[in-house]
Design a binder for this molecule. Structure first.
Ligand code: PMP
Length: 401
């Protein structure tokens, strides 16, 4: 008998489990719209050409594989803060930002969660309802209490802005408000610039601390600056804030685990202290971060030609997603004989579309149509090709009615 008898089987991850089920399906029309990873029109994974070029440069230079410092690669940390805030942002010159390289978005969020648990005991994190499924796991594991604020309105398949504002107002003073910087996951619904201003007003009034999750900078609109505008708007008000960044999507570095946690503070002195504590949290967890992805980012951002090429590739990826979004919408409208307004599909932004399908309808998508997706009705448009839009439209209409 095993000493591990009391350990029960864990349930599969609701997002990564979808890919496992997809692999087991042998149907020729099967479609994996579960996990958010970019695919080409041929539905193959894509390595950006700037990434290959940067890797070739790195090989030619014969760079070492020694340990990085706990806080990561200096050139990466500089580049990532500049991409986020804009290179000429005074916050950088004033050294008011503490940047620590993290294990992509997830690991960076986890470092911040540990910082909150240690230095803001009892403080709550407010997360949107719904949100990326892993947020809850991250705060649970870090023992940080969280609750939800209203975000999605199923009636309009749009933003419940009034609900959001009143829940942020009602939260205990000094709460952390988790916000998706752009391309909200899973809904694809973002506040307008005017709404962001109101959100910032309420957060300031209540002395809350904004905590941005930026997993899609440049990937949502195709522009790095436009996709960081929410964060920059808050930073320009002089607010202290946290930002977790990921290069999984915008540079396609999913498995390299490259990202960062940034804490914008009101003084250089506070930033130095925060950074020292983030390092102290990282050291016993994983000691120091991996170098490969950090070097790729630093090389791409640091070389004007590569940087421009990256922007072009990002526009291309964002453009392909926008064009399948349009094609899916057109196909649904052409096939649906009812009066239903599907325009919410076009209003959403980024990799995902929230179809408005409920759990039973999502089950029908998978069981009958071999379309794999999360049970909340989210589909990843990055896994859709123009050639399969008609098929998907048939599946959605069949499941909906
Ligand atoms: N936050 C959000 C909202 C995401 O969608 C993702 C990717 N699915 C992440 C964070 C983190 O992903 P990664 O750890 O690969 O950077």
């Amino acid at each position: 008998v095993s000493r591990f008898e009391s350990i029960t089987m864990a349930p599969p991850d609701p997002i990564l489990g979808v890919s496992e089920a997809f692999r087991a399906d042998t149907h020729e029309m099967k479609l994996n719209l579960g996990v958010g990873a970019y695919r080409t029109e041929e539905l193959r994974p894509y390595v950006l050409s700037v990434v290959k070029k940067a890797e070739n440069l790195m090989l030619e230079r014969g760079e070492f594989k020694e340990y990085l410092p706990i806080e990561g690669l200096a050139a990466f940390n500089k580049a990532t803060a500049e991409l986020l805030l804009g290179a000429d942002n005074p916050i950088i010159k004033q050294q008011r930002i503490a940047t620590v390289q993290g294990l992509s978005g997830t690991g960076s969020l986890r470092l911040a969660a540990a910082l909150i648990e240690r230095y803001f005991p009892g403080a709550k994190v407010l997360i949107s309802s719904p949100t990326w499924g892993n947020h809850k796991n991250i705060f649970n594991d870090a023992r940080v209490p969280w609750s939800e604020y209203r975000y999605y309105d199923p009636k309009t398949v749009g933003l419940d802005f009034d609900g959001m504002i009143s829940d942020i107002k009602a939260a205990p003073e000094g709460s952390f408000i988790l916000l998706h910087g752009c391309a909200h996951n899973p809904t694809g619904i973002d506040p307008t610039p005017e709404q962001w201003e109101v959100i910032a007003d309420v957060i300031q009034e209540k002395n809350h601390i904004p905590f941005f999750d930026v997993a899609y900078q440049g990937f949502a609109s195709g522009s790095l600056d436009a996709d960081a505008s929410s964060v920059r708007l808050f930073a320009a008000r002089g607010m202290e804030l946290l930002v977790a960044q990921s290069y999984s999507k915008n540079l396609g570095l999913y498995a390299e685990r490259i990202g960062a946690i940034n804490v914008v503070c009101s003084s250089a002195d506070a930033a130095a202290r925060v950074k020292s504590q983030l390092k102290r949290i990282a050291r016993p967890m994983y000691s120091n971060p991996p170098i490969h992805g950090a070097r790729i980012v630093a090389n791409v951002v640091g070389d004007p030609a590569l940087f421009n090429e990256w922007k072009e590739e990002m526009e291309l990826m964002a453009g392909r997603i926008k064009s399948v979004r349009q094609k899916l919408y057109d196909s649904i409208c052409a096939k649906d004989k009812s009066e239903k307004d599907w325009s919410y599909i076009l209003k959403q932004i980024g990799m995902f579309s929230f179809t408005g399908l409920n759990r039973a309808q999502s089950d029908n998508m998978t069981d009958k149509w071999h379309v794999y997706m999360t049970k909340d009705g989210r589909i990843s448009l990055a896994g859709l090709s123009a050639a399969k839009c008609e098929y998907l439209a048939d599946a959605i209409i069949d499941s909906f009615y």
